[in-house]
Write a protein that binds this ligand. Structure first.
Ligand code: GLV
Length: 387
């Protein structure tokens, strides 16, 4: 067994163990993948300020996200098809998150349904919705999430239409996989994944199949999004949807100061600065590059969370020091899940926590709530001089 010390170690095992179409689904960005790449490479441009002779005892990474206690400011992001990376994937990831004390966000495009995750976990999780044309389905989805006692609603605003990820088209991505010759040949090399998948009934989009009408191929993310998602979404509709929920509402997919101001003015409890992991508009700026200006514009009006590009605890610290009040990991936990199921997600969380805790200490802090931009060395032109 290799010694696992980084998220990259988990990613290598994930790649080996999981069918190509699902590994590729997680590891792609749209079109040229420029934004996908820059989400991580831009983090490397920010350096940290080392401090010495500072008492490092009794450190804490505990804080709150939308008023809820978290063991560290890292939530599991909504990731579609998580239950295809590993059998019962959403349940396993949610269990790892609840044991660790961080929020798990279930995607509408999950394999395990809301009810199933609720029945197999003991703490409330968060639920993510896209904005869909079918208002009845949408209302029922909200009711289902309320009945499952979800403790926050995340509304995704940057996926009215699906960005093109070349690999998904080339691989013929569906859940479950359709048996084409290349897929059969690839599945034949993934026997451990296949054995576990054969033992579960959770192999379809659990929130959709049997619940949504008029979808020509419910196994295909691209057909479902093309037919069901609402391309006419506007801020009035967002405001209407927000009213349907009783608890905290988090608006996800904000990358522009004007949109951040609008979201804050609607009374969102939090916004997530995110470019959807570089999976939507290729050529958009990385999330970490736009974070400072969004915090400067609305950080005193709404809780600003950060997503897209986090692969380490150092990245978490950088985003928090910029002024974010919480962060999300998507691929980093999926790498753990695809590598080793629930244990792998726990390991991903442990790795990130350790990196966060030690880096915070080296920067002279003991409490994550006290870090600020003072610990960061940010290149002068980091936010760019764009016209
Ligand atoms: C869904 O949200 C995706 O990015 O595939």
């Amino acid at each position: 067994m290799p010694v696992i010390t980084t998220i990259d170690d988990l990613k290598r095992i994930h790649k080996r163990r999981t069918p190509k179409m699902f590994y590729d689904y997680a590891e792609s960005g749209s079109w040229t993948e420029q934004t996908f790449r820059e989400n991580t490479s831009d983090f490397d441009q920010i350096r940290l300020r080392q401090r010495v002779a500072v008492d490092m005892t009794d450190r804490t990474t505990k804080t709150q996200m939308v008023g809820q206690d978290v063991a560290m400011p890292v939530a599991l992001a909504p990731v579609g098809l998580t239950g295809m990376q590993c059998a019962d994937g959403e349940i396993k990831a949610a269990r790892a998150a609840e044991k660790f004390g961080v929020p798990f966000t279930l995607s509408t495009m999950s394999i395990c349904s809301i009810e199933d995750v609720a029945a197999n976990t003991s703490k409330p999780f968060w639920f993510q919705v896209y904005t869909l044309k079918d208002t009845d389905f949408m209302t029922r989805l909200f009711d289902r999430a309320k009945a499952a006692k979800c403790s926050a609603l995340v509304i995704t605003l940057d996926l009215q239409i699906l960005g093109q990820r070349h690999k998904d088209l080339k691989n013929g991505l569906t859940a479950p996989p359709k048996f084409t010759i290349p897929t059969i040949m690839n599945l034949a090399t993934k026997w451990a994944w296949g054995m576990e998948m054969l033992q579960t009934k959770r192999r379809f989009f659990g929130n959709i199949v049997g619940h949504a009408k008029g979808v020509s191929d419910p196994s295909s993310l691209s057909s479902w999004s093309a037919e069901a998602f609402d391309p006419a979404l506007d801020w009035d509709r967002v405001a209407e949807l927000m009213k349907l929920w009783d608890g905290p509402v988090i608006l996800k997919g904000i990358l522009d100061v004007e949109d951040a101001k609008k979201a804050a003015s609607l009374g969102a409890d939090a916004i997530i600065v995110s470019n959807h992991g570089g999976r939507q508009l290729d050529g958009a700026l990385s999330s970490i590059r736009v974070l400072p200006q969004i915090i400067d514009a609305v950080g005193d009006k709404v809780e600003v969370h950060f997503d897209s590009g986090i692969r380490s605890g150092q990245d978490v610290l950088k985003a928090m020091a910029m002024g974010a009040k919480g962060t999300y990991i998507g691929r980093a936990f999926v790498n753990g899940l695809g590598a080793m199921g629930e244990k792998g997600v726990t390991q991903a969380l442990d790795i990130i926590h350790k990196e966060l805790d030690l880096t915070m200490a080296f920067c002279g802090h003991r409490d994550i709530n006290e870090v600020d931009r003072d610990i960061l060395l940010i290149p002068k032109d980091f936010s760019g001089d764009w016209t």
